[in-house]
Design a protein around this ligand. Sequence first.
Ligand code: MF3
Ligand code: CO
Length: 251
Amino acid sequence: MIQLKSEKDIEGIRISGKLLAELFEEVGPQIEAGMSTLDVDSLCHDFMKRHHATGPCKGYMGYPNVTCISVNDMVIHGIPSKHEILKDGDIVSIDICLEKNGYISDSTHTYEIGKVSDDVHQLNEVTHKCLYLGIEAAGKQHARIQDIGAAVSGYARKFGYGVVRDYCGHGVGLDIHEEPEVPNYVSLANPNPRLRPGMVIAIEPMINMGTYKVKTLSDGWGVKTLDGKPACHWEHTIAITDSGLEILTEL
Ligand code: MF3
Ligand code: CO
């Protein structure tokens, strides 16, 4: 069941989302070669503590950290590690759920470390554009959930990229993962509810340079591309209100 949010709920998620945007604004510029992915997680956790917020990923089905940090061919759910050192030319996606006063927001940025190759930079730009095309589709009158995936996959396919199918966006706000699922592709087999006021969803294109196929690592969390080529991931939490669409995780 899709849990529609009240004005009060949306205000709570708005406050949470703004704080998460501020976290990215503070931590983003500090990410550089030589840091471990666990160092980055610590910076994020620190920000949360200073702002009386928590990271609900930590403890979610036993997940150990407040962020998922996915480097190069890791698509999502990379577990931060002190042994994983960022280096020039890497791309690193930081996926964070933040909870403030019981309200959860969810957002992902993919950062480029130093100078990345032109084809990797293009993948990141295209994935970022896919996010905004998905958001734009969701904001149209009478939009349905699959309009998002149509916009995302339509654009990514022009570049020959693989659109991840095994993981989707999702409702969010009171829990980390709520209904509906928000796929980045179109399928007649999937539900296609109308977007309506009170819905809060995370739109999160995961785009691979090569095949769309992925595999899960033996740690039970990390998800990598099957062909070892790089992947990018961008995500915002958005709300549909009576006055239209609002991006909650952007300043
Ligand atoms: N932000 C992630 C998502 O959208 C949450 C992952 S749950 C975790 O799916 F436990 F892996 F962190
Ligand atoms: Co998400």
